[in-house]
Design a protein around this ligand. Sequence first.
Ligand code: DQA
Length: 147
Amino acid sequence: MKILVINGPNLNMLGIREPDIYGKSTYADLCKMIEEHCAEKGVEVEIYQSNYEGDLVTKIQKALGVFDGIVINPAAYTHTSVALLDALKAVAIRAVEVHISDVSKREGFRSISFVREYCEKTIAGHGFAGYLEAIDALLAPPAEMRA
Ligand code: DQA
């Protein structure tokens, strides 16, 4: 099992940006947590972050034939990007959406998610642990294969 974790703009600023919302742990802490979890579960993982929408689209396209699952926190592009939704649909790789904060309890525009239409699950408001839950969700068989 090979999982790609994709993080959108400003997530490289974790630990510095709005600590009251995102916490004091850094992006490096997040990556370490994900890598340790994946090592425990015997999952191969690549973690990718970009502040550029096109780079995120290209990374999803290049995942075709390489990765079995995608965990994606598109950050601000969640609320604006049809391109990311289309890229996920194009590669048709299983995907779970993650948000560190509870987007449903913040500004109204954060309740909109374009990628949600494709993702099999959205995990929001569970902090960094949400990424681990998303990985575990991808380790379970897809809904259509469950009784
Ligand atoms: C976020 C929520 C988004 O609204 C915001 O733009 C982010 C991070 C989250 O993880 O809670 O950058 O995706």
